[in-house]
Design a protein around this ligand. Structure first.
Ligand code: SAM
Length: 264
């Protein structure tokens, strides 16, 4: 499966969101922490030479990787220059920051001992190109830890819009089988974990603001180009009410995948 993603838009949207990202990234914090627990469960003592945080965003987990692994070299890499500028201004200056695409890494082959990437690879177009690059840059025995979103994510948002029109309003995400079938033979899958996470909101505009504040607008081809009419938005909001829970909250569900890969 291949997603059509406008990467210039991904870069510009995340760049613009750099200053608001940390305040609206509750899900991203939880998922990144869970991925860090998987890193420490894998006893990565021998993987502390060169560490890359792929899709590092504001650098929150880059700093955590530094604290936990104390690597000789730490690179925060992101496609959004604005995110890197923000990360650079706050985080330790001795990290290296690289503006690059995960599907075309400007890193030498066999140069990375541990790659960590939380909630970034869902913006890649082809898992094949991504895994090729991860395999290429990892050292033999090197590990990659990835978290990403599955197709059930934001089903309430997608379902509410689908009753209004046929435009693509919500990002599409690849299923686990579709993702891992592209693994090259020498990247062994050592951990797979799936989780449903639900964030609750009082009002729908809190959810849409969160998505805007973290820069995660819809970036798949096929989205609506014109201004979405007020009537459509009204219908969408009314449709979302069907998901309101007995505690009065509106849920936003995320299907989260965690993978650990080892280069043989
Ligand atoms: C939801 S944020 C996650 C940031 C950080 N990992 C965290 O957990 O807080 C996704 C990040 O991935 C970056 N990104 C998206 N597509 C990318 C690509 N093809 N290559 C590198 N970074 C990418 C975005 O710019 C953004 O900073």
């Amino acid at each position: 499966m291949q997603l059509q993603i406008d990467k210039n838009r991904v870069a510009s949207s995340f760049s613009k969101a750099a200053a608001t990202y940390d305040g609206s990234s509750l899900l991203q914090r939880d998922v990144g922490e869970e991925l860090l627990r998987i890193v420490s469960d894998q006893n990565t003592n021998n993987a502390r030479g060169s560490v890359v945080d792929l899709g590092c965003g504001t650098g929150f987990f880059t700093a955590k990787l530094e604290a936990e692994l104390k690597p000789k070299q730490l690179i925060g890499l992101d496609i959004a220059q604005g995110m890197l500028e923000y990360a650079k201004s706050l985080k330790a200056p001795h990290y290296q920051w690289l503006c690059a695409d995960a599907e075309a890494l400007p890193l030498a082959q066999n140069s990375v001992d541990l790659l960590y990437s939380s909630l970034a690879i869902q913006w890649c177009e082809t898992p094949k190109a991504l895994f090729y690059e991860i395999e290429r840059v990892l050292t033999a025995g090197g590990l990659a830890f990835l978290s990403t979103l599955g197709p059930e994510s934001l089903f309430e948002l997608r379902g509410s819009w689908s009753l209004v029109d046929q435009q693509v309003h919500v990002n599409r995400f690849i299923g686990l089988d579709d993702l891992i079938k592209h693994l090259p033979s020498n990247l062994e899958l050592v951990v797979t974990k799936q989780q449903k996470r639900e964030i609750e909101y009082d009002k729908l505009n809190e959810l849409t603001s969160d998505l805007k504040n973290i820069g995660a607008h819809n970036m798949n081809a096929g989205e609506s180009k014109g201004l979405t009419g007020r009537l459509k938005v009204k219908q969408f909001k009314a449709n979302y009410e069907q998901y309101r829970k007995s505690n009065g909250k509106l849920p936003a569900t995320y299907e989260v995948y965690y993978l650990a890969l080892k280069k043989l």
